[in-house]
Design a protein around this ligand. Structure first.
Ligand SMILES: Cc1ncc(COP(=O)(O)O)c(C=O)c1O
Length: 489
């Protein structure tokens, strides 16, 4: 089957494939009762992941255009009257054909495979451990509404006006005090409010790196950072992690080999593995940065979500000469939908980041910043985080117990002291894409390990989020996962 898929387009591949098939059905090229090619065959033919094809078929089925028949395949089910109707509401995609000339030069590289995966995982009845989200049922929406009301009453239109790119003074003051309690040196004029820590990573990349530069990261690492670096034409040299974080002898070798400009690291509760960089390696990393004039981007997105052990010194606190830019967020500790995060940087770099922020989106919403500042000043944020840590600790422990009970004996996993995710390694190795699709059939989803590797290598790994669901749901999800794995043994 000939299908033209544009891998540079912002539209996920599964939607492109779905639209293509939908058109063929509407045009009668695929008449009712036609059997669509088996997902594995079509995926191989198109050179895409099987999840992409499964997802496209699922979307067509949700629209009533095809019907899946267990053991027989997927068949076109559209009556002609519906085809007319659908034709009216969905104009032929060719109308937009002229736009393709604009897609080739775009600096966009978001991993569409992740979107394909998430959309499959979001189907009703599936327990999804795929996202690194806080618990949806415990988001403090009510408290935040009150904070918004106070700000709107007190500040009036100031909260709704344009503001400075660095952010509102109130929030920067509150953050400076908040970070001081965590021993993170951050004067108010070294703090810039960003739209989530994702924007912080993007701004550092845009403002301080050039296409062709090399950045060293953990391998695996946070997917959004891989996307940001690749979108800017940055080479990524990945270093494996062990129980103490970045592996050191390799790091020195890679620095000599690649002459990188920056190291991007998530030293505490690393995403996706959950491991924490040891104190010795933290000191050694700062020494290396000094020795080689390297910038370090310390991603501290999950730092405050600690369930056991003592907090280790942040790289920022060990740095004396402005080598470390520190990125934090309110997404995991509070409300991801606010899109509020921050950067801490010293010296010339701060001003450069400021101009990148101004070019990017002028500033982050003052209304949200002021409400957050009010919430922090009242001590409510600290209380909320304390409550969440108790809840997430319990959920992590429930997941660990359930894994020991339901997963095959040789399966290994990390035991994170904080954060939202843990990392599973299968032994013997199992093709995880196949496992993913089987798991969806069994009503459970995870994040495929391969998407977190800068070089895209596969492996028998996946990431599980333990914070988003109640303990009962966590237990049931892991039981389903165990059943899936046993069905493939
Ligand atoms: C390590 C890490 N950094 C940054 C982010 C981006 O977070 P946000 O932009 O929501 O603050 C995430 C989100 O999952 C993350 O896990």
């Amino acid at each position: 089957m000939y299908v033209s898929l544009d891998r540079a387009a912002p539209v996920p591949l599964y939607l492109q494939l779905k639209d293509h098939l939908r058109r063929k059905i509407e045009e009668g090229i695929l008449p009712p009762a036609t059997r669509l090619p088996p997902t594995r065959e079509l995926a191989a033919e198109l050179g895409v992941n099987r999840i992409t094809v499964v997802n496209a078929y699922a979307e067509l089925e949700a629209e009533g255009l095809v019907t899946g028949q267990v053991g027989r395949g997927t068949f076109v089910s559209l009556p002609a009257s519906l085809a007319d109707q659908a034709g009216k509401s969905h104009p032929p995609a060719d109308r937009y054909g002229w736009q393709t000339a604009f897609l080739v030069a775009g600096k966009v590289s978001a991993n569409l495979m992740m979107r394909d995966m998430l959309s499959l995982a979001n189907q009703p009845g599936i327990i999804s451990f795929a996202m690194g989200s806080p618990a949806a049922d415990l988001l403090p929406a009510q408290d935040f509404r009150q904070a918004l009301n106070v700000v709107l009453r007190r500040e009036g239109t100031r909260a709704l006006q344009y503001d400075l790119p660095e952010g509102c003074g109130e929030l920067r003051t509150a953050l400076s005090a908040y970070l001081a309690k965590q021993a993170v040196p951050a004067a108010e004029d070294e703090i810039m409010i960003t739209s989530g820590s994702q924007q912080a990573i993007h701004l550092v990349t845009e403002a301080l790196l050039r296409p062709g530069d090399t950045v060293i990261t953990e391998s695996p690492t946070y997917l959004g950072a891989i996307d940001a670096f690749q979108a800017h034409g940055i080479h990524i040299a990945g270093i494996p992690v062990d129980g103490e974080g970045l592996q050191f002898p390799l790091l020195e070798r890679l620095i000599r080999q690649h002459r990188p400009r920056m190291i991007y690291t998530i030293p505490t509760f690393h995403n996706p593995t959950g491991v924490t960089l040891s104190v010795e390696r933290r000191h050694a990393l700062i020494d290396l940065a000094r020795k080689h004039d390297l910038l370090i981007l310390e991603d501290a997105t999950c730092n405050e979500l600690r369930y056991e052990g003592r907090a280790l010194p942040t790289l920022r606190s060990l740095d004396k000469d402005g080598h470390v830019v520190y990125a934090g967020s309110f997404s995991k500790t509070f409300l991801p939908g606010l899109r509020v995060g921050y950067l801490v940087a010293s010296g010339h770099i701060f001003r450069r980041l400021l101009s990148a922020k101004q070019t990017d989106d002028l500033h982050t919403s003052p209304l949200l910043q002021l409400a957050l500042a009010h919430y922090m000043a009242n001590g409510q944020l600290a209380q909320h985080i304390q409550r969440m840590c108790a809840v997430y600790r319990e959920r992590r422990d429930v997941m660990l117990e359930a894994m020991a009970r339901f997963l095959p004996a040789r399966t290994r996993w990390t035991i994170p002291h904080g954060g939202l995710c843990l990392w599973v390694t299968l032994d013997p190795p199992v093709p995880t894409t196949h496992l993913y699709l089987k798991a969806i059939e069994h009503g459970v989803a995870f994040a495929l390990g391969s998407v977190f590797y800068p070089a895209g290598q596969s492996g028998s790994h996946f990431r599980l989020n333990f914070s988003a669901h109640s303990p009962e749901t966590v237990r049931e999800g892991v039981r389903r996962l165990g059943k899936t794995l046993k069905s493939m043994a």
